[in-house]
Each structure stands twice: as C-alpha cells, then as structure tokens.
Ligand binder design. Structure first.
Ligand SMILES: [Ca+2]
Ligand SMILES: [Ca+2]
Length: 111
C-alpha cells in the first residue's frame, strides 16, 4: 500500500474547473494555443496553461479542486509483464468545493 498524494488547484468558478486559459487564436486559426498568441494568465505563473488552476487552497469564495491519487498494487504477478505498470494501478478521485466567503479578520459575534 502506498501513500496517497493530495493536491489542490484553485479556479474562479465551478464552470472553469479544468478549462484552459483563454487565448486569442491568430492565423493560421487552428483552435489551439500556439507560442506567441496573446493569452490571459489566470493562474499568474507567466505562461499559458491547458488547465488554468492555480496551486494552493485559494481565498474566500474561490473554487478549489481537491485530487487524491494513490498507486494501488492490485495486479497479480502473472499480469504484470502484460500490463507493464509494475503491478500498480493509479487510483484518482477529485471533488470541487467552494471556500466559505470568510472575511479577514472575522466579524465580531452577532454581526
Ligand atoms: Ca493557434
Ligand atoms: Ca498561466
């Protein structure tokens, strides 16, 4: 049994989870990003990304996609040479949640 890895990616909304950063397609119009085309750097890493998610846990009201991955040793030894995965299967589960609209500092009780 191996250890699970949990990652978080932050998005502006649920509808943008997994979406690429917006870009302006230039000639030849091919519908995909090419180096040099203007783009909107949503995650602020200085480059165009096919997934706009930013690393971190986000702020108030942000949508955060939590993904857990674990390599599960599930294949019997006779199947390992055929599958070529060292006998492991990568298991992955994700859930997207919206952070509370908290304020910093929090308002006094009763307000
Ligand atoms: Ca293009
Ligand atoms: Ca980017």
């Amino acid at each position: 049994m191996s250890t699970a890895q949990i990652t978080q990616q932050v998005y502006p909304s649920f509808g943008q989870v997994g979406d690429p950063e917006p870009f302006q397609d230039k000639t030849p119009f091919n519908g995909s990003y090419d180096v040099g085309e203007p783009y909107q750097d949503i995650n602020g890493n200085g480059q165009w990304d096919p997934d706009m998610g930013a690393v971190g846990v986000g702020g108030p009201g942000d949508v955060v996609l939590y993904t857990a991955e674990v390599d599960w040793k599930a294949l019997p030894p006779l199947v390992v040479p055929i599958m070529g995965t060292n006998g492991t299967i990568r298991m992955r589960a994700s859930v997207a949640v919206r952070n509370e609209p908290f304020t910093n500092p929090p308002p006094p009780p009763g307000q």
